[in-house]
Ligand binder design. Structure first.
Ligand SMILES: [Zn+2]
Length: 322
């Protein structure tokens, strides 16, 4: 059984696995999912057991993952009767079947909105007594008074992690009808997943979308990386190359700098087919000087990435050759 959310004890919040990944790689947060405690997101179920009743994670710390990350039951995980997260397989056999054999690797939980402001977390002061003491009583003052955390933080179908909608798109790529049906909102713009993800060669169709395409090469310059896309854009009956620049200054001040550099290094060295997804900028036609003959210029569609939170380089086996 895959879980789209789990309760994280130390943050007293329900997190998606993409939130967990974001926290793991965030160098400004002391967070390591291997040391955290994740529990059933069903409040009644969670409170019926002590803190040792945990869920496991899958692909929580792997920078370059291929299979869809998720939370899962461990062989020891227990749920109350009627909990929607009881694994049917566990019930039938008494043993959780190996997920590799049974779990569909698609991301089934489509966020309806990508929030452009990062989610913030407040770590709870550690007080182990509270957690094991309260069978029926909520553990924190905010919930004790019936005050829910701001809906932006707790609404499960919204996310501030770009990798989440990207994983929905990639892992469901052959489910065209599903992608044409599921809505996605970013900023003021709402469209279906199918419409929001725009192949890089069609970037002139509309501004402000998530553009994506296969990477031709990544160039490592002194002050930046340049990502060249394989496909070209046709403009006034002529083909133009497309690229995006990543400023090294931007990377150096990025809160997930190490993970990001690992992602780029892997991309340069792996020799695998890789895809780039980005949101926030739309490449535009620019004239740049020719290297061979600086007097001359040539046209290229180009953009500078402004926010690394909305930029991903990854393998995407599902979209290859399509
Ligand atoms: Zn449960």
């Amino acid at each position: 059984m895959k879980f789209n959310l789990a309760y994280c004890l130390s943050l007293d919040a329900k997190l998606s696995i993409y939130d967990v990944r974001d926290l793991n790689f965030d160098e400004t947060m002391a967070f390591d999912s291997a040391k955290e405690h994740f529990q059933c997101p069903n409040d009644a179920c969670r409170l019926a057991f002590d803190v040792a009743n945990e869920l496991g994670t899958f692909n929580a710390k792997n920078v370059n993952y291929v299979r869809t990350p998720h939370f899962k039951n461990l062989p020891s995980t227990r749920h109350v009767e009627g909990c929607p997260y009881v694994s049917l397989k566990t019930l039938a056999s008494g043993v959780e079947a190996d997920e590799a054999e049974t779990d569909d690797s698609r991301e089934e939980h489509f966020p309806s909105e990508l929030l452009l402001t990062r989610r913030e977390y407040v770590r709870q002061p550690s007080s182990p007594a509270v957690a094991s003491d309260t069978q029926n009583e909520p553990a924190t003052p905010s919930t004790a008074h019936g005050v829910e955390p701001p809906s932006q933080d707790s609404t499960p179908d919204k996310t501030s992690v770009f990798a989440h909608p990207v994983e929905c798109f990639v892992s469901n790529f052959d489910e065209k009808d599903l992608l044409k049906r599921m809505p996605l909102k970013i900023g003021e713009h709402t469209a279906t997943y199918a419409a929001f993800f725009k192949k890089i060669e069609y970037l002139q169709d509309n501004k402000g979308l998530i553009y994506w395409g296969k990477i031709k090469q990544i160039k490592d310059y002194t002050q930046s990386f340049r990502i060249d896309f394989e496909k070209k854009v046709w403009f006034e009956k002529k083909p133009y190359s497309v690229n995006v620049y990543l400023s090294k200054k931007l990377i150096d001040t990025y809160r997930k700098r190490k993970a990001f550099l690992e992602e780029i290094k892997h991309a340069i060295e792996s020799g695998r087919e890789l895809y780039c997804f980005f949101y926030g900028v739309t490449p535009e036609l620019k004239q740049v000087p020719s290297k061979k003959n600086p007097e001359q210029t040539f046209g290229v569609f180009s953009a500078n990435i402004e926010n690394l939170d909305h930029f991903i380089v990854r393998e995407a086996p599902g979209v290859e050759g399509k």
